[in-house]
Ligand binder design. Structure first.
Ligand SMILES: NC(=O)c1ccc[n+]([C@@H]2O[C@H](COP(=O)([O-])OP(=O)(O)OC[C@H]3O[C@@H](n4cnc5c(N)ncnc54)[C@H](O)[C@@H]3O)[C@@H](O)[C@H]2O)c1
Ligand SMILES: NC(=O)c1ccc[n+]([C@@H]2O[C@H](COP(=O)([O-])OP(=O)(O)OC[C@H]3O[C@@H](n4cnc5c(N)ncnc54)[C@H](O)[C@@H]3O)[C@@H](O)[C@H]2O)c1
Lengths: 206, 206
């Protein structure tokens, strides 16, 4: 019911507010938030007014209050269990990342087909064999998966994950995964981000 | 001179074409490419016509020919040396990633302040002390950096990198880095991708 562009802006405001809160800033004006988020001042005030947030003249918005409101709106008050498939270099980096927890995400289990990894733990996350995929997803009711297998196995694993009840896949392995209509895939292409940077940098050197 | 939205579409077509080429597909119609890339058929044909590419009736476009044309347009025929700052869990995963090379990027050096890491190599990439940052960037004429330090050191390193001649930073560490006007930052927020997935998944369960 909230359009995706507004949701993305709200998510961006929340990130900025969390940075401000971590630096012990208690209040922020819409103009400051607009500067940080690279969005128009009027747009921010319209977005926040939609959710009953009105800044105080001369004082602005209260940072921590805005943070908890946005977290409720964005559903990040909820806790989401996430499974990770492919506990290699990238998968293990993600398993170590402490930033997921403060935004409501926890990697609860990982899966791999390398016998040296199966049955070990990384931190408090167990690495299971692929045989246990369906039962662990069933037991934990996990709906989100991170896919960090080699690209050639990604489609097969995506098909298995969605059949087992996963509805959202964060895919690092390959573009254009095929999944059923009720499932969602976000493909993260780190190299495309580097390409965007080089387009812009090349613009400095015509 | 090419608007950023067209560049992004071209980059998406290129990814799809590389997947097709890897599966030994030799020809593709604009409608197939439109399906893969989730873009309108007319849009694709307009984009490609702009670069002198016309499909053959009944046969479509030649995949490998389109790939080399797009690579020239996107400048990915060029080779870009990239420095990486912060050789921790995420940095090391990126240093291992073989996917950068086929799109023209090579991490040529990494930097860290952990004495256990300085002076070691990961693959063929040397990890230097931060004292060597300016001289290595100067010597290699690197213009792109990947920033994977803890968030609290990111701004300080970004300032040093841009002062040393880096013009584009792929930042994993913190939103809203401040850099001089001629420099560009792309912030990669993996958690925001998970949030987008959970918005969509929640839409399945009103
Ligand atoms: N390393 C990076 O920085 C990076 C960046 C962008 C994209 N990627 C992509 O992410 C994926 C993982 O990259 P990586 O560097 O971690 O590779 P990796 O080879 O280190 O890890 C792959 C892991 O997947 C496991 N695996 C293989 N087949 C499997 C299966 N069917 N089910 C479950 N696990 C399986 C392997 O045992 C291994 O542990 C690749 O597709 C890569 O192209 C990686
Ligand atoms: N791990 C992930 O999957 C992930 C995901 C998203 C974002 N991030 C962010 O990426 C960054 C790195 O994450 P990580 O998990 O690799 O952390 P990490 O602690 O494993 O690695 C950080 C590395 O930076 C080095 N370092 C510290 N200060 C430095 C400085 N001034 N200059 C150069 N190097 C310095 C450390 O010695 C260490 O090797 C963090 O900001 C994290 O929030 C990580």
């Amino acid at each position: 019911k909230i359009p995706i562009p507004s949701l993305r802006r709200l998510s961006a405001y929340l990130r900025q507010l969390e940075v401000l809160s971590a630096s012990e800033v208690t209040h922020v004006s819409s103009r400051q938030l607009a500067n940080y988020s690279k969005v128009g001042d009027a747009t921010i005030r319209r977005d926040l007014t939609l959710f009953g947030k009105f800044g105080q003249r001369g004082v602005g918005y209260e940072v921590d209050d805005l943070i908890s409101t946005l977290r409720v709106i964005l559903g990040t008050q909820r806790r989401w269990g996430v499974v990770l498939v492919g506990a290699g270099a990238l998968g293990r980096a993600l398993m170590r990342y402490s930033g997921f927890d403060q935004r409501g995400f926890k990697i609860i289990a990982a899966f791999d087909n390398d016998p040296k990894k199966i049955g070990t733990n990384l931190g408090d996350i167990p690495i299971h064999s692929l045989d246990e995929l369906e039962s662990v997803i069933d037991f934990t009711a996990a709906r989100i998966a991170i896919l960090t297998t080699p690209s050639q196995h990604a489609q097969e694993m995506a098909t298995r994950l969605t059949a087992a009840g996963i509805e959202g896949i964060l895919d690092f392995a390959t573009p254009s995964l095929e999944v059923p209509p009720e499932s969602y895939v976000t493909y993260v292409d780190i190299t495309a981000h580097l390409e965007e940077l080089t387009f812009q940098v090349s613009g400095n050197h015509p």
